[in-house]
Design a protein around this ligand. Structure first.
Ligand SMILES: [Cu+2]
Length: 594
């Protein structure tokens, strides 16, 4: 283990020795990254944050398939750090997760990462220590293929989306723990209630409110953290990041969602987008008017603006509490109209149908004398994670495994099989055009042979919004045993979302084959978003030994416990993986508040 934590001179020597021993191996470039305190200016506020090589986002790292990279990461902070290479397939000791892959990088230390680049596409990197990532510690990775791309383009831009908040990550977490709706600025008011009474009638409006009150949740709980400024490549809506083009050119836009908490719905008014890659893997092209990008996902699209005018890249947050904005233009300082934010979506009872013990059939029998159900102030003592009367038998309606049928855009049918039917979160394209669904994704080339899984592992995504506890199978990370997998098996994960929030689940080190009902053409991803009230299946060829992380990529959900260690045993190099230990080990960071 220590050999990976050598200082810079040592690391270079190791590379030289390695090069002499294996002259046939291509010696790749050496990259130097420093981790620094930086000032982040969003155009709306300034804050102290963490960046790489003096800026946030850090540099775009450009690798080439087949090269062996050496990356020296020097920690200039007064606290430990780490870098995780999100979506990269590499030896687990290089994966950069403190306490799982390695011990972390102590203040003043240089850690040398060395690994071969065995894939192509758009990825990103970020700190896996404390709340450094929400505080700005991220950058983009572009990996060029050895051969040709299966699609043509003339230009190539990274479009890295982030959500910077005036508060530091530590402060946000403290506030959420104290008051989970602290950052929810779209709470319903008494006025809203009387509007609903006017629309739906008193009984319906009241029954609805009481059901929500029982749940200790609000129908506007789409986003945990509002009040951020959304950025494109580090520039806020007013700063307006701009990419230049010549009319008629084909432009590849590499969208990366490096936000802490924010899903975005992305469109470019006036341009059709052709999705060609998801999470770094080529997919059969899909033309769309709009797409949703979950936290930690990447989507590459190709656009071809033909007119000599500017186009706005408009990325609305899923809860419509903010937007990122950039511009594609033939010349600098050109702007196009910036659309208005649409109405915030409202969760519906369908989004809660994953909640155990909810029976929607007998709402009429509710006792209306108990009006306190509408009062959100007395919400103590309810823990949904252990509600009695759990009944999973009626979950079949949401089972996506037999999704081949009924996927037409029939107005009567479900609009998107990855959302509960009747969900308030089901996206709709602004212009009435096509909104990308997971169900549209097909691998360009299947990476794995289609074979039967050896077993199924059910993971229920659970939580208690009232206490801001997030967990898997009702158990948070610190109390959980690792998930043990055998090298060589193929595991089918059943992800059941019992909460009212979407969770982007990220498995490190191995691909997640998302079941969209397309057999061997199912797309492979590193991050799979599970919408409220739904069940999603993904399969994993267990082809990487060692210790890996598997977690929700919403920063504050991961920190609160929606996180697991995965141990892959029985591989060729299995010596029994020991726990990394060192004085440098520290999983939370005491950052300064702003
Ligand atoms: Cu989550």
């Amino acid at each position: 283990m220590r050999k990976y934590t050598t200082g810079k001179p040592h690391g270079l020597l190791a590379v030289l020795v390695f090069a002499m021993l294996a002259p046939a191996f291509a010696l790749g470039d050496v990259y130097d990254i420093s981790v620094d305190r930086v000032t982040i200016n969003t155009g709306e506020f300034e804050k102290e944050g963490i960046g790489y090589n003096g800026s946030s986002p850090g540099p775009v790292l450009r690798f080439k398939e087949g090269e062996d990279v050496t990356i020296n990461v020097t920690n200039n902070l007064d606290e430990p750090t780490s870098i995780h290479w999100h979506g990269l397939i590499l030896p687990f000791q290089m994966d950069g997760v403190p306490d799982i892959s390695f011990v972390g990088i102590a203040p003043g230390e240089t850690f040398t990462y060395e690994f071969p680049i065995v894939q192509t596409g758009t990825f990103w990197f970020h700190s896996h220590t404390g709340f450094q990532e929400p505080n700005g510690a991220y950058g983009a990775i572009v990996i060029e293929p050895e051969g040709r791309e299966p699609f043509r383009y003339d230009r190539d831009y990274v479009v890295q989306l982030t959500d910077q908040h005036p508060h530091s990550g530590d402060r946000i977490m403290r506030n959420l723990k104290m008051m989970p709706d602290y950052y929810n600025r779209q709470q319903q008011t008494v006025g809203d209630f009387f509007e609903d009474v006017a629309d739906e009638g008193f009984q319906a409006a009241l029954a609805d409110r009481m059901a929500w009150g029982d749940m200790r949740m609000m129908s506007s709980d789409v986003e945990d953290v509002q009040g951020f400024t959304a950025l494109i490549n580090g520039e806020g809506p007013e700063q307006n990041w701009t990419g230049l083009f010549k009319p008629g050119e084909r432009i590849r836009l590499r969208f990366i969602n490096s936000s802490a908490m924010t899903y975005f719905d992305i469109r470019i008014p006036g341009l059709e987008m052709t999705v060609v890659q998801a999470d770094g893997n080529n997919v059969q092209p899909v033309k769309v008017g709009e797409f949703r990008i979950a936290v930690a996902e990447t989507f590459d699209v190709i656009v071809q603006p033909k007119e000599d005018r500017a186009y706005t890249i408009f990325a609305e947050s899923m809860g419509r509490s903010g937007y990122a904005r950039g511009t594609l233009a033939p010349r600098q300082n050109m702007v196009a109209e910036v659309p208005e934010l649409r109405e915030p979506p409202e969760l519906t009872m369908a989004d809660m149908s994953g909640m155990p013990g909810m029976d929607h059939s007998n709402m009429e029998g509710m006792d209306h004398s108990n009006m306190k159900g509408m009062d959100h102030s007395n919400t103590e003592g309810m823990d949904h994670s252990n509600m009695k009367g759990m009944d999973h038998s009626n979950m079949e309606g949401m089972d996506h495994s037999n999704m081949g049928q009924g996927m037409s855009a029939d107005s009567a049918g479900p609009s998107d099989p990855f959302y509960a039917e009747g969900s308030g979160l089901t996206p709709e394209a602004f212009n009435g055009g096509k909104f990308l669904s997971y169900a549209d994704l097909r691998a360009q080339n299947p990476l794995y042979e289609d074979r039967e899984p050896t077993r199924e592992i059910e993971l229920r995504l659970t939580g208690n919004m009232e206490r801001y506890i997030w967990s898997i199978n009702g158990v948070k990370y610190e109390d959980a045993d690792p998930i043990r997998l055998q090298y060589g098996e193929r595991v089918r994960f059943k992800l059941v979302n019992e909460t009212m929030m979407s969770h982007p689940m990220h498995l490190h080190g191995m691909w997640s084959i998302l079941d969209v009902g397309a057999g061997k053409w199912n797309p492979i991803k590193h991050t799979v978003s599970v919408a409220p009230g739904t069940t999603v299946y993904m399969e994993t060829e267990v082809d990487a030994e060692g210790q890996w992380a598997f977690h929700c990529h919403l920063s504050y959900h991961a920190d609160a416990g929606m996180f697991r260690k995965v141990v892959v045993e029985g591989g060729p190099g299995d010596e029994g993986w020991s726990e990394p230990t060192s004085a440098a080990q520290a999983s939370t960071v005491k950052g300064s508040d702003s």
